[in-house]
Design a protein around this ligand. Structure first.
Ligand code: PLP
Length: 430
């Protein structure tokens, strides 16, 4: 495949953008090749700057649940442009989207719109601290909640660790109250609460992890989270930036029959435009400014374009919830095809799948913890990724990301992907 134009754009971009990109994973660093530059996309297909077409499993990291350039999502967008796209005043579109989110996700009794998932989690943490009057936050290793300082922390392997930053530039003071435990680590969770339960403002988690690859929570882990937060007066925050409206109309909360105190959204609720939101119990949300003393604001928050696209998308999902079953059917087919292709080639893989999101880990499995994720052979994933790309299949350029299906991924698309995987796994084996 000729990628000269992408290569030239990358060279030129590196001159003016750090690493040539505006978000690190786009640099393809984990798969040891220069990035491809997108030119356009429609449905499940994406076309690069050189005119090569790929079947896309990145789906803009989640928002493109109806496929790219969806006429359903874009409907009426020109009227929004004509009416003006930002006023510094509230609009009815914010109300419409907030009401729709609340209808579909009842735990979000009140909602505040922001501009990204990072803003949503950052603001939810501030609110939890303001509401409880406590400082400590518990997060889990391998869960990503955006690049807010206080959450850019992970633990060392296995045991509970404090304050190991994921990034430079984090003053100690910013992270000294961030505790980290193992995802699905029930014993650790109990230990943390036994030692510090009365100091913890909130526990934040991805209710299905998508940022260490896809890892589902165990039932016991969720039950203990619910019990311990409640008993200790800590808030439970679901970061549903990925899972919200992806795992069903009520996200992971609906899937697991849970009701978090606070929830963070992003991605899908903006239909592909920059957006985020946090919401939750009314008595907590009433602490947000201007009603309460927890300050949070945004010049472009709730902008009409993002609200419009988000409403179009969620309203369509509401009208046709069968989309979730159809996506899951396609994802199941893909899961089975990947396992079959890997087995025939003699490659060890473990596929974690939930609904329409999945990750094949290059390891024996099971993969239910961050430590197990880390046993994956990333070299093998790199070979697999490159071989798939040559076959016209665009996968996430990292072992530690989820693959996202959209409603526009057809049976033929999936079958083509499986055929490509048969070739790619042979190359992994060589
Ligand atoms: N939370 C989760 C679970 C995410 O996956 C992400 C981004 O991928 C974020 C928060 C941050 O969202 P954003 O990139 O919009 O700031």
């Amino acid at each position: 495949m000729n990628r000269n134009r992408s290569a030239a754009l990358y060279e030129a971009s590196r001159e003016v953008l750090p690493g040539g990109v505006n978000s690190p994973v786009r640099a393809f660093g984990s798969v040891g090749m220069p990035p491809i530059f997108a030119a356009r996309a429609k449905g499940s297909r994406i076309v690069d700057a050189d005119g090569n077409e790929y079947l896309d499993y990145i789906s803009s990291w989640g928002p493109m649940i109806l496929g790219h350039a969806s006429s359903i999502v874009h409907q009426g967008v020109e009227e929004v442009f004509d009416a003006g796209i930002s006023y510094g005043l509230p609009t009815g579109k914010e109300l419409d989207l907030a009401r729709l989110i609340r209808e579909l996700y009842p735990a979000a009794e009140m909602i505040r719109m922001v501009n990204s998932g990072t803003e949503a989690t950052m603001s939810a943490i501030r609110l939890a601290r303001g509401f409880t009057g406590r400082d400590k936050i518990l997060k889990f290793e391998g869960c990503y909640h955006g690049h807010y300082d206080g959450l850019l922390v992970k633990s060392g392997s296995g045991t509970l660790t404090f304050n190991t930053p994921t990034s430079k530039g984090l003053p100690k003071a910013m992270i000294q109250d961030t505790l980290v435990a193992q995802y699905n680590g029930v014993h650790e969770l109990k230990d943390v609460f036994a030692n510090m339960g009365d100091q913890i403002a909130a526990v934040i988690l991805e209710p299905v992890a998508g940022n260490m690859g896809v890892v589902a929570p165990t039932k016991e882990f969720l039950q203990e989270l619910e019990r311990l937060t409640k008993e200790n007066g800590a808030l439970l925050i679901f970061d549903e930036v990925i899972t919200g409206f992806r795992l069903g109309l009520e996200g992971a909360a609906g899937l697991f029959g849970m009701k978090p105190d606070l929830v963070c959204f992003g991605k899908i609720i903006g239909g592909g435009l920059p957006v985020g939101a946090y919401g939750g119990r009314r008595e907590i949300m009433e602490h947000v400014s201007p009603l309460g003393g927890v300050y949070q604001a945004g010049t472009l928050s709730g902008n009409p374009l993002a609200m419009h696209l988000g409403w179009n998308l969620l309203n369509h999902l509401k009208a046709d919830p069968g989309i979730y079953d159809r996506m899951e059917d396609m994802a199941k087919l893909l899961e089975a095809g990947l396992i079959d292709a890997a087995t025939k080639a003699g490659v060890e893989i473990t596929v974690n799948r939930i609904g329409g999101m999945l990750s094949p880990f290059m390891t024996v499995g099971p993969v239910t913890t961050f430590s197990q994720v880390m046993t994956s052979d990333t070299q093998q994933y790199e070979v697999f990724f490159k071989a798939m790309l040559e076959e016209g299949i665009l996968l996430p350029p990292s072992q530690y990301e989820g693959w996202f299906l959209s409603a526009s991924h057809s049976r033929e698309d999936v079958q083509r992907t499986i055929q490509a995987a048969q070739i790619a796994f042979q190359q992994v084996k060589e």
